[in-house]
Write a protein that binds this ligand. Structure first.
Ligand SMILES: Cc1cc2nc3c(=O)[nH]c(=O)nc-3n(C[C@H](O)[C@H](O)[C@H](O)COP(=O)(O)O)c2cc1C
Length: 233
């Protein structure tokens, strides 16, 4: 559990210190009901690319980031940083830099195969969501950490850990009533520079957060059915 009064410190090299873990077991019938309800609510999540300018409650976003931080991570190294950008000028800087890269991408850098994959989504090099959404969460991976002695230490399973944390972030935002988009401008090295992040951090995604615009549309997509994704042995 995350006790706000308790701050994390590196445990690298420390001995194993077990604590009891005895969560109350949920009756099966309640599990079944909750799973069905969660499935119904999660199926309503959609990637939103057109946002209303209305502000979002900052505490909802911060709580969603706390939820993301409960994700499992390789060796519990929690190799993530979430930069919450509400400042309009900084969002504009990010949009300008992202659109510069995206224009080159859509004008040919992506190649026909990639462009064909994107065509059903209706996306292009114009990224209004970066300035329309009232908040951006820029997620960085910490590729390594630096000890008190200045030595670099490896982080393990960084891609997997940050990917899981972002999944939990999206779930928390959705279940709290906010819409989001995972935007991965390619390349996105400019984000470290614009946001003044240290050399061990690499941008993972920009996640605009807000409410869908009144005239928001999303691509009509079908999700794989259970029998298309599940193998039971
Ligand atoms: C790793 C990752 C990168 C993505 N990058 C982009 C992106 O750069 N721009 C964009 O518009 N959508 C992006 N998306 C959103 C996907 O296009 C979207 O999740 C997919 O089309 C399914 O739609 P849904 O989220 O509404 O179910 C990305 C999603 C993921 C998981």
């Amino acid at each position: 559990m995350t006790d706000v009064a308790q701050r994390w410190n590196p445990i690298h090299g420390e001995p194993y210190r077990p604590v009891p873990y005895r969560p109350e077991r949920m009756p099966a019938a309640e599990s079944v009901a909750r799973a069905a309800e969660l499935r119904r609510r999660m199926d309503q999540r959609r990637t939103v690319r057109r946002f209303a300018p209305d502000p979002v409650p900052p505490e909802v976003v911060r709580d969603a980031i706390v939820c993301a931080g409960t994700a499992p991570s390789g060796a519990h190294q929690q190799p993530w940083t979430f930069v919450l950008v509400r400042d309009q000028e900084v969002r504009r800087l990010i949009r300008d830099a992202a659109e510069h890269e995206e224009r080159v991408s859509y004008d040919g850098r992506l190649g026909e195969e990639w462009l064909a994959a994107l065509r059903p989504l209706g996306t292009d090099g114009v990224k209004t969501h970066l300035t329309d959404a009232p908040a951006l969460i820029v997620v960085f991976q910490q590729r390594y950490w630096v000890g008190a002695d200045g030595a670099r230490h490896k982080h393990y399973y960084v891609d997997e850990s940050v990917g899981i944390a972002v999944g939990m972030l999206l779930t928390a935002l959705h279940l709290s009533g906010l819409a989001a988009l995972v935007h991965t401008p390619s390349p996105m090295g400019f984000l470290r520079e614009v946001l003044g992040r240290p050399a061990n951090e690499k941008a993972f995604a920009v996640i605009p957060v807000g409410y869908p615009a009144a005239d928001c549309e999303v691509p009509g997509l079908v999700r794989k059915s259970l029998d298309q994704v599940l193998v039971e042995i």
